[in-house]
Write a protein that binds this ligand. Structure first.
Ligand SMILES: NC(=O)c1ccc[n+]([C@@H]2O[C@H](COP(=O)([O-])OP(=O)(O)OC[C@H]3O[C@@H](n4cnc5c(N)ncnc54)[C@H](O)[C@@H]3O)[C@@H](O)[C@H]2O)c1
Length: 402
């Protein structure tokens, strides 16, 4: 079976490597020539536990990388799916462009699997009309893996495959079963589209609840973590951790697809999004309170630790720190905070430093935005600092929390 995976990003690359290292004949295609050059040189394109080893195994098994789409029996499209800021609907342009390119080259009988997360109805409205007279079969196989533990989850997470008919679904299932050891549920395309978006929306709403509790408890002078710890003793309660906001390419994006398509039916989903989007401003307010209390007069002595959207990964998309920095820019403050992230080597924002000790030396108020283990393993480095821990990772005396 020949497989062409389109989009060699955070999802497409590990998926292609997994398949290749399990005996599937795979070509990974991306229109970004620099990325393909890097992959062909066996270069590391992003940080992920075990990725280098998997890469070597896949290369040994014969994976190839190309900017060209290939003749294949199955195409897997794993390209970005942002939302349109105004309408909140999915912006399907990357999926549509990739599917058009597949249709230009594929033979009758091929299966086109959209793996990107898409709003319910996207395949019917945006992909099916492109097929014309070709005899192509369509499927949707959304991904659930979490950056930081992707390779384990690729093997062990249950997955969903939506297709128009059982035979197509079974063929796609057998491809994913080459490496996935968990249950693979078969359904129709729209149900697969909806269930994936619903999963991330569920997470967003539950995070929003925890964040709202953090605000309430701060106002009431109470310890939200203690409240949650006790409430979670109830056998049917499982409140998540509050945090500085929600970032990444999934949880902060996918719920908008439902709000965009069903604006009158989604007050809860919409308001959860707003609560999570309000957290960087809440962190800003906490910083101002602490600065006043500790008589720190300039933002240039505030250090934001972490630029990524979660710990121990290098993905900065939609990160709460970037949201906070944008907010600070809008406030036209006299000075900007110092920023550091051990996973981000390139200069992304003003006042960014690339050395932890330099960062600490420039910082009176240390704001932990991301709990990278670099710092959570060495809390003693913060013993002399004023600390705002937005992730509740430290149990240091006298530190500030959300
Ligand atoms: N990153 C995650 O943790 C995660 C988890 C689950 C699902 N998803 C979903 O997976 C999809 C892909 O996300 P990602 O994080 O891998 O994105 P990404 O931005 O890391 O990678 C996408 C890649 O697709 C390439 N590309 C775009 N259009 C192309 C085209 N027409 N032809 C060839 N290449 C093209 C880009 O150059 C890029 O390298 C999205 O729908 C996302 O919501 C992501």
């Amino acid at each position: 079976m020949r497989v062409n995976v389109i989009g060699m990003g955070y999802i497409g690359l590990p998926t292609a490597l997994m398949m290749a290292s399990h005996g599937v004949n795979v070509v990974g295609t991306d229109y970004n020539k620099n990325l393909v050059d890097e992959l062909q040189k066996n270069g590391k394109v992003f940080e992920e536990k075990g990725l280098s080893e998997l890469f070597s195994a896949a290369v040994k098994a014969g994976i190839r990388f190309s900017t060209e789409y290939q003749k294949a029996d199955i195409y897997i499209v794993s390209v970005p799916t942002p939302y349109l800021k105004k309408s909140r609907k999915i912006d399907p342009k990357y999926v549509v462009a990739a599917c058009k390119s597949v249709l230009e080259i594929c033979d009758d009988g091929a299966i086109l699997v959209v793996e990107s997360t898409i709003s319910p109805g996207t395949i019917d409205h945006c992909v099916r009309p492109l097929i014309g007279g070709k005899k192509i079969r369509l499927a949707h196989a959304p991904e659930r893996i979490i950056p930081g533990n992707m390779l384990h989850e690729l093997v062990h997470n249950p997955r969903t495959i939506g297709a128009d008919d059982k035979e197509t679904a079974e063929t796609v299932r057998s491809l994913y079963a080459s490496f996935c050891e968990a249950e693979i549920v078969l359904t129709d395309i729209r149900t697969a589209e909806m269930s994936k978006v619903v999963e991330n929306t569920y997470r967003d709403i539950n995070i929003a609840f925890a964040n709202e509790l953090a605000k309430i408890c701060h106002e009431a002078g109470m310890d939200v973590y203690e409240v949650i710890r006790i409430a979670n003793r109830h056998p049917r309660v499982n409140i998540l951790n509050p945090g500085p906001g929600v970032g990444g390419h999934c949880i902060s994006v996918d719920p908008w697809f439902l709000v965009g398509d069903f604006p009158n039916l989604t007050p809860l989903i919409h308001s959860a999004r707003n609560v999570n989007d309000s957290m960087p401003e809440y962190v800003y307010n906490r910083i101002c309170e602490i600065m006043a209390e500790k008589q720190i007069s300039s933002f240039s002595r505030v250090g934001l630790y972490g630029l990524t959207y979660k710990e121990n990964v290098d993905d900065t998309r939609e990160s709460p720190t970037l949201q906070l920095l944008e907010l600070l820019e809008q406030k036209h403050l006299d000075s900007a905070p110092v920023v550091y992230d051990p996973f981000v080597n390139k200069d992304m924002v003003p006042n960014q430093v690339h050395d932890l000790h330099e960062f600490l030396s420039k910082t009176d108020l240390f704001v932990l935005m991301v709990g990278h283990s670099e710092i959570t393993n060495r809390p003693e480095l913060l013993s002399e600092k004023t600390v705002l821990d937005t992730r509740n990772v430290f149990s240091l005396e006298g530190i500030y929390k959300l």
